[in-house]
Every structure is written in C-alpha cells, then in structure tokens.
Design a protein. Structure first.
Length: 116
C-alpha cells in the first residue's frame, strides 16, 4: 500500500510540475500574442510595464507550483539528504518569489493611475 502511495504522490508531483510548465508557457504566449496584436493594431508596442506584470504573475504562480511539487516529492519517507535539498530549494524559490512579488508591486504602482 505504501508503494502505491509513493507512486501516486510521484505522479501528482509530476502533474504539478507539468502544470507549472504550462503556466509559464501561457504567460510567455500571452506576452507574445499581446505584443503582436498591439503592434499590428496600433503600430506601437504595449507598455513593457503591463507585459512585465503579466509575465511576473505567471512566473510567481509557477514558482509556487514547483515548490508544492518538491514538497510532495520529499514528503514520503524523506532522508536527511532530501530534507537538506528541499530546504535549499525552499529558500531559493521563496526568495525568488519574494523579490518577484516586490517587483510586481513596484510595477503595478507605476502603471496604476494616481487618484486626483
């Protein structure tokens, strides 16, 4: 029974990793399509701030999904080596996400019109 639970959790982690890949691809595709559509329609490129916000949000979600997948992989009978690797991954991905979220907030404050 434990073996099946390990296999099931490995498949779930694999699925979550795949989902994060689709989130990143979706963010990049949205960026490209929006840029091309605006370029063709108005002959100018959309503000890079707006595009960076959209891509940044997709990357932030993907980082959270990848972190969840790593935790799930390690949750089943972890060794100290796996726990150490997970701790390093958690610190790196959480730091990346923290700074990415901060950058998103800065970009959002720049693009949001100030109330008069």
């Amino acid at each position: 029974m434990e073996r099946y639970l390990h296999e099931f959790s490995a498949w779930i982690a694999f699925g979550i990793t795949g989902l994060s890949t689709f989130v990143i691809l979706g963010g990049v595709a949205t960026l490209v399509v929006t840029s091309l559509r605006e370029l063709v329609a108005s002959r100018k490129i959309v503000s890079s701030h707006v595009l960076r916000l959209r891509l940044g949000r997709a990357l932030s979600i993907a980082l959270e999904l990848l972190l969840a997948a790593d935790i799930l992989r390690t949750a089943m009978a972890p060794t100290w080596d796996e726990i150490g690797k997970l701790a390093a991954i958690v610190v790196l991905r959480t730091s990346l996400n923290f700074f990415l979220e901060r950058e998103i907030q800065n970009e959002a404050s720049r693009t949001t019109p100030k109330p008069s």
